[in-house]
Design a protein around this ligand. Structure first.
Ligand code: FAD
Length: 423
């Protein structure tokens, strides 16, 4: 009897460096690649914000189309469905005589809960859900400590990992795939199906974010050329790779190994170190989510101190969201976020500090708003960074490094940025 493996794509929308896909192809006669649009991802949060705003939703749609096209180019396709994975996957398993299901493990509660529901649904048919780990630069097994012993202080984590762990090479992208015989591979939904309207590009931004592996790889190559051409003093400050990393259109290892190739060019060293530092922060928050779980979503976080909020808390939050606080740089950053879905790390820190310390609004509202708006949202990076800025994260030392006034000056030393993004 021929062996069929269902490959359930989630935030891993790529062919390159995809162990799950490589192994599924190697261990089966044919695979059934599947992507499921789960309406829960497009619903409301507990804070009355959207789980996915229109800019990221558009990016996700583009990324799924791109994956389908890439699979078609190597003889395959991608089955597209809409509904709950825990309902759909067991149905597909029966319909297509599937022997095993593969997927990538996530770290945040909502995602892992869905995996457990799928796992339970599959057990009824004695079918195994195999978990892969493919979202981080360092594999969990290659860390010099078990998850429970990972240092909570970022600098200790970084030091030990850089000294004692290895970064594995990338898996090659498959060049051929056999897929199950499917009559209807399913249609792509449109934004309107999720009650979202198409985003309009703001003329003030050079919007560079098209979803998908091909666009991500092309952006990576452009970044590498820019690094090579940059002068020694003015290295690239932000790679803007985060959206592709968040959807798994790019693997962090791919980014690392590609940029490492040019590390020896004198002018590239600074950018290489900065991107590597970012990737380490990204790994750190994922591992911290694995270690501590849900604490990151709670307002009190790891702290036992009560926080008081402003009387006009709700109004302050509304003004912040809409870029109407009266602080020009904060308002400009929020306008840029609302219009483009992307702001720099410094800008994120600045508006977060302003919301928490000046407007005295609960940080969880800010985090939920970022969840809606950011094109590169991922739970661990977003909620982990917010909790640290609020001083309720697991690395309490990070709070002291934030300085609102200094940040504002650094974002807009000449007052030009605030003028451009005045709403
Ligand atoms: P680069 O500086 O070029 O770094 C390379 C990569 O490293 C990034 O693409 C990103 O994947 C990762 N990275 C860099 N800095 C961080 C960091 N501090 N924490 C985690 N990963 C990092 N990043 C997200 O990807 N998704 C989020 O939802 C998110 N929410 C944030 C919320 C707040 C309040 C703050 C302060 C930061 C948040 N970040 C988030 C981290 C960071 O701001 C972005 O990753 C970064 O600005 C993306 O720009 P870049 O690709 O040019 O980064």
């Amino acid at each position: 009897m021929s062996k069929k493996i269902l490959v359930w794509f989630r935030n891993d929308l790529r062919l390159h460096d995809n162990e799950m896909l490589v192994e599924a192809i190697a261990k089966s006669d044919s695979i059934l690649p599947v992507y499921i649009f789960d309406d829960r991802l497009f619903g409301l949060t507990d804070y009355r914000t959207l789980k996915t705003g229109n800019i990221r939703a558009q990016f996700i749609l583009e990324s799924v189309v791109s994956l389908r096209n890439s699979l078609k180019l190597i003889g395959g396709n991608l089955l597209i469905a809409r509904g709950k994975p825990e309902d759909i996957i067991p149905q597909l398993v029966q319909e297509y005589d599937i022997n095993e299901v593969y997927h990538h493990r996530e770290v945040a509660e909502e995602e892992t809960k869905i995996s457990s529901l799928v796992e339970n649904g599959l057990w009824k048919f004695r079918i195994n859900l195999k978990h892969f780990i493919g979202h981080t630069l360092y594999n969990k097994e290659d860390l010099p400590f078990p998850i429970k012993d990972i240092p909570d202080v970022f600098n200790q984590f970084k030091k030990k990992v850089e000294r004692d762990a290895i970064i594995k090479p990338c898996f090659l992208a498959p060049d051929r795939v056999n897929v199950a015989e499917v009559i209807d591979w399913g249609n792509m939904p449109v934004l309107n199906d999720f009650e979202l309207i198409a985003p309009v590009q703001d003329a003030r931004s050079e919007f560079e974010f098209t979803g998908g592996e091909a666009a991500g790889l092309s952006h990576l190559q452009k970044t590498i050329v820019a690094i090579q051409q940059a002068s020694a003093k003015k290295y690239i400050l932000a790679s803007k790779l985060s959206a592709w990393l968040a959807m798994g259109c790019l693997s962090p290892r791919k980014v690392y190994w590609e940029i490492k190739k040019i590390e020896s060019i004198p002018n590239a060293k600074g950018t290489f170190s900065q991107i590597l530092l970012g990737l380490l922060w990204r790994d750190y928050f994922r591992f911290m989510f694995k270690k501590h779980g849900n604490v990151f979503f709670k307002a009190e976080g790891f702290s036992d101190q009560a926080v008081s909020f402003a009387e006009n808390h709700d109004l302050n939050f509304e003004n912040w969201k809409n870029g109407r606080t009266g602080e020009a740089v904060v308002d400009a950053v929020m306008t840029e976020l609302n219009q483009t879905g992307f702001i720099s790390n410094l800008a994120r820190q600045t508006v977060a500090l302003y919301l928490i310390n000046t407007l005295k609004v609960s940080w969880v509202l800010g985090a939920a708003y970022f969840e809606e708006k950011l094109i590169d949202y991922n739970p661990a990076s977003n909620w982990g960074n917010w909790a640290n800025i609020a001083g309720v994260g697991n690395d309490q030392k990070t709070k002291s490094v934030f300085d609102l006034d200094k940040n504002i000056k650094n974002i807009d030393p000449k007052g030009e940025y605030a003028l451009i993004w005045a709403s």
